[in-house]
Write a new protein. Structure first.
Ligand code: G6P
Length: 483
């Protein structure tokens, strides 16, 4: 029998399951990426599955160029058994798509991050970036069209690849095309910031899919509102479908959960124990508030630190009895807004320690080096976890902490995080803009009776793990192939 050369299941995302680096001897070494998507994909039981992603740095590009059509040789490497095809996209086009449109325009739009008197401005340079974004999306559509077996299922991930479903359908109408958005979707009045052409391209791009998935019903409905009001599409809110130009796209709600099995095992390895011992030595007998984020505008780290400052200013009883552990890992440093934000986080952190620190008490420990084992150690130790995004598609930290916590942890959670939809009952809800309210919520968390904290943490952990990454993926695949 001839060996099958095309895939029946395909996944596409900007960041793939592996990243390469140059080893000291010059060879290229792959490293497995983290995150729910990689865990979810490990559930695919199909040796002919293919994951299409972009080469993200020079080492990735070199690896992609060494392999026929960018198909990597990952024999013996644990990415769930699938083949990975890494696209070597022209660096200028990649920058226009990734930094210029995906992480600036679309990310800012869906997270409502614009400071509208000055940005955005859709000028000639912006038009060129959109052309690059289209070219990048076309590269993905072309690769998927080339790799897919007749009638194959394709799962396109996230805002970077918004145009792919429609571009792929033009090339391959036989495919079952699914799309999943990991961010919120902008409310329609905010979405109207986009000029007509990109606005229509984004909406019709997603509507090229047979099914479009979101983490919460709120984001699915916001998308449907945009289709109705911007495109004039017909929306059935009860059935959650959008019909436009004779085709119907079903909307799905699939709230990705934490990977309990992986987390519980990983959180008790020796490297985590070591870091926990170091944190305990630094904190002593004091209580802890923990936060773990990328240094990301939407994560609202500055207001979180302002809330901690307000707590220390208004409640002196916490002086020398409390430490805030803030892990804020660098992210998207090619963008000026992120560099400025990182500087603002550092500034306020220094102010807090200067105002309240003593020879024996450092009220805030800010760490910026990415260290997953240390994050898990902090989850184990936390008395209170602070998760206060301005908006967030889901937020997995809110779901991971209760799973890993040792003695129970109060969760202070923004009502604008997708995770709020499932965790509202046992979390302490906050308006992320309300600094004083956030400080009060932190105090409430710190003073919650131990028994109540333990009970709430148990229920939070159960809700947070209701849909494992593997099941999350399989559900979408099943819905796509059944419809
Ligand atoms: C968000 C997106 C992901 C992305 C991640 C990290 O969670 O939904 O698709 O991978 O941010 O961002 P980065 O730009 O580093 O890939």
């Amino acid at each position: 029998m001839a060996e099958q050369t095309t895939a029946r299941v395909l996944v596409a995302s900007n960041r793939g399951p592996v990243a390469f680096r140059h080893a000291p001897d010059g060879s290229l070494t792959p490293r497995r990426g983290g995150g729910g998507l990689v865990s979810g994909l490990s559930a695919i039981d199909d040796p002919h599955a293919v994951w299409v992603c972009a080469a993200l740095g020079e080492a990735d590009r070199a690896a992609a160029r060494q392999s026929p059509q960018g198909r990597l040789d990952l024999a013996g490497f644990d990415v769930g058994g699938q083949a990975v095809r890494m696209l070597d996209i022209d660096p200028v086009v990649f920058d226009q798509a990734y930094n210029g449109v995906a992480n600036s325009t679309l990310w800012f739009l869906h997270h409502q991050l614009y400071n509208t008197p000055t940005a955005p401005a859709f000028d000639q340079a912006a038009a060129e970036r959109w052309a690059g974004f289209r070219e990048y999306n076309e590269a993905f559509a072309a690769a998927l069209a080339a790799e897919a077996a007749p009638g194959a299922a394709v799962l396109v991930q996230d805002y970077h690849l918004t145009l792919v479903p429609a571009l792929l359908r033009e090339r391959r109408p036989d495919l079952r095309i699914g799309y999943f958005l990991h961010t919120p979707w902008a409310p329609v009045d905010y979405f109207r910031l986009l000029p007509d052409e990109p606005a229509a391209a984004v909406l019709t791009g997603v509507l090229g899919a047979d099914r479009a998935g979101f983490h919460t019903r709120r984001w699915a409905e916001a998308f449907a509102d945009c289709c109705e009001r911007v495109l004039g599409a017909t929306v059935d809110r009860a059935a959650l479908t959008v019909t436009f130009q004779g085709r119907t796209t079903a909307l799905g709600v699939h709230p990705l959960g934490a990977d309990a099995e992986f987390l519980r095992e990983r959180a008790h390895r020796a490297d985590v124990d070591e870091r926990l011992a170091a944190l305990k030595a630094a904190v002593g007998e004091r209580r802890t508030i923990v936060r773990v984020d990328r240094t990301e505008l939407s994560k609202n780290i500055v207001r979180g630190l302002q809330a901690y400052l307000h707590l220390l200013r208004t409640r002196p009883e916490w002086h020398d009895r409390l430490v805030h552990i803030a892990f804020a890992y660098p992210s998207r440093q090619d963008l000026a807004e992120y560099r400025d934000y990182t500087a603002a986080v550092r500034r306020i952190s220094e102010e807090i320690n200067a105002e309240f620190g003593t020879a024996t008490w450092q009220p805030l420990i800010l760490q910026v080096e990415d260290d997953f084992a240390r994050s898990l150690a902090a989850y184990r130790l936390a008395d209170v976890a602070l998760v206060n995004p301005i908006r967030d598609g889901m937020n997995l930290v809110a779901k991971e902490v209760p799973v890993v916590s040792e003695a129970g942890c109060a969760l202070v959670l923004s009502r604008e995080a997708g995770a709020w939809a499932e965790l509202a009952e046992d979390a302490i809800g906050i308006n992320p803009y309300d600094v004083v309210g956030t400080a009060e919520a932190l105090h409430r968390g710190l003073t919650m009776p131990a028994a109540e904290r333990t009970e709430r943490t148990k229920r939070l952990a159960a809700a947070a793990t209701a849909l494992s990454p593997q099941q999350w993926f399989l559900d979408q695949l099943a819905a796509l192939t059944a419809s």
